[in-house]
Design a binder for this molecule. Structure first.
Ligand code: ADP
Length: 393
């Protein structure tokens, strides 16, 4: 781009922005042009105000701003040297500005007012014709650019709406799932309490009722804890200690067996001898492994054996893989299952497996908190392997 000083070389600037005008036209126009300097952050003209001046930018940058319905300012574009704006002012005595132009840096402009331009145009109809044809071309190019920008914005909006709709669907699905998960244990508790109130339960049946109430209340507490964990992230500060990784895995396995009352499913444990002690928060890792093991039991309707391996991986990492031969996960969902509340079971579909879709989110967050990661390999019908990688510190 040419480096033109508005103050000393207005001719050059006029020639650069109106290349179709000849030397004599430029001479005439320059007689009507007044050089001006605008500091940074001022409005050269304002949307909605009337104006009678054409502005030609020699140097500096300015934003084109329009106001939305709520008066919020939207920067639609920016302009810099060797262009012009406010051209409608030359066509009519006074026009309403369609945008605000605000300087982003010091701007050197040439200003041509309608009043100063009129006598030149009256004496030189050819100049007027050539100038108009250039200005109309400029307006057309601007229109095309605006339409293109609008099309891009439209595509972005479309994308944003699609994302919102998907989130809304996820939210609705989550509320439906959560209500279901809360209602099931609450209904059982309510039923047993009703019978106890009527004095209908005695001896063994009273014991069965008490056990069921305790189990269901535990489920409710565990659900609430999951939600709390997810929303408050990590309320208590982590307590790092050095410990044996297999110990935590066995503790988590025990907890899941108790919770799910599953003593049938075989679990094949294989811990490499060389696994070093790990420095981490034991409870947080316990929660992560519990979530993964819970899924291995849950999404395994035929109670096929589960394999848990702990081994030394590359890059000074230890790895724990939890492998089931359950229902598996389609490839398209591998990235999504870690999102909060995401479940593959669809709303309205059969609710085959309990859960609110936060187990993997929690496991991923807790692993990431230890600078680790989780990888998934799975095929529908063949089962799933979730592998947790943790750095050895
Ligand atoms: P939840 O188990 O409460 O539904 P998660 O966040 O633990 O939530 O898992 C999200 C989804 O990922 C599950 O609903 C399920 O569709 C899928 N998933 C997770 N683990 C397994 C697994 N081992 N086998 C098959 N599907 C799984």
């Amino acid at each position: 781009m040419l480096d033109i000083t508005v103050m000393t070389e207005p001719h050059k600037l006029l020639q650069a922005v109106f290349p179709d005008l000849d030397f004599r036209d430029i001479e005439r126009l320059s007689m009507a042009a007044v050089p001006c300097v605008y500091p940074e952050g001022v409005d050269v003209c304002r949307e909605g105000e009337t104006g009678d001046t054409l502005f030609i930018v020699g140097s500096g940058q300015a934003d084109i701003i329009v106001h939305a319905a709520d008066n919020q300012e939207i920067v639609v574009d920016s302009i810099e040297g060797q262009t012009y704006f406010g051209e409608m002012a030359l066509l009519g005595a006074t026009t309403t500005r369609s945008a605000t132009i605000r300087t982003r840096s010091v701007c050197h402009l040439l200003e041509i007012s309608h009043e100063a331009f009129l006598p030149i145009a009256d004496d030189n109809p050819d100049l007027l014709r050539r100038l108009l044809s250039q200005i109309i071309g400029h307006l057309r190019r601007n229109d095309r650019a605006v339409i293109q920008a609008l099309n891009t914005k439209h595509a972005q909006l479309h994308h944003a709406y699609a994302e919102l709709a998907e989130q809304e669907q996820l939210r609705t699905q989550f509320i439906a799932t959560l209500s279901h998960e809360l209602r099931t244990p609450l209904t059982a508790v309510q039923g047993y309490l009703g019978l106890m109130k009527q004095g209908a339960l005695h001896g063994d049946s009273l014991q069965v009722a008490m056990n069921s109430i305790t189990g269901n209340v535990q489920t409710l507490v565990s659900l609430t804890n999951q939600m709390m964990l997810l929303y408050e992230m990590f309320p208590e500060s982590p307590e790092y200690t050095r410990f044996n990784l297999p110990d935590v895995i066995i503790e988590a396995l025990q907890a899941v067996r108790n919770e799910m009352k599953d003593t049938e499913t075989a679990v094949l444990l294989s811990f490499e001898q060389a696994i070093p002690m790990i420095y981490a928060d034991k409870h947080l890792l316990f929660l992560a492994f519990r979530a993964l093991l819970e899924n291995a039991f849950k999404f395994n309707p035929h109670k096929k054996p589960i394999a848990v391996n702990a081994f030394c991986a590359r890059n000074r990492e230890v790895a724990v893989s939890i492998q089931d031969e359950g229902i598996g996960i389609p490839a398209w969902a591998h990235g999504r299952i870690f999102e909060p509340f995401y479940r593959i079971e669809q709303e309205g579909g059969m609710h085959l497996f309990p859960g609110i879709g936060v187990g993997l989110t929690i496991a991923k967050m807790l692993t990431a908190r230890h600078n680790g990661r989780i990888e998934v390999a799975s095929k529908p019908g063949a089962g799933s392997t979730f592998t947790v990688y943790l750095p050895v510190r």
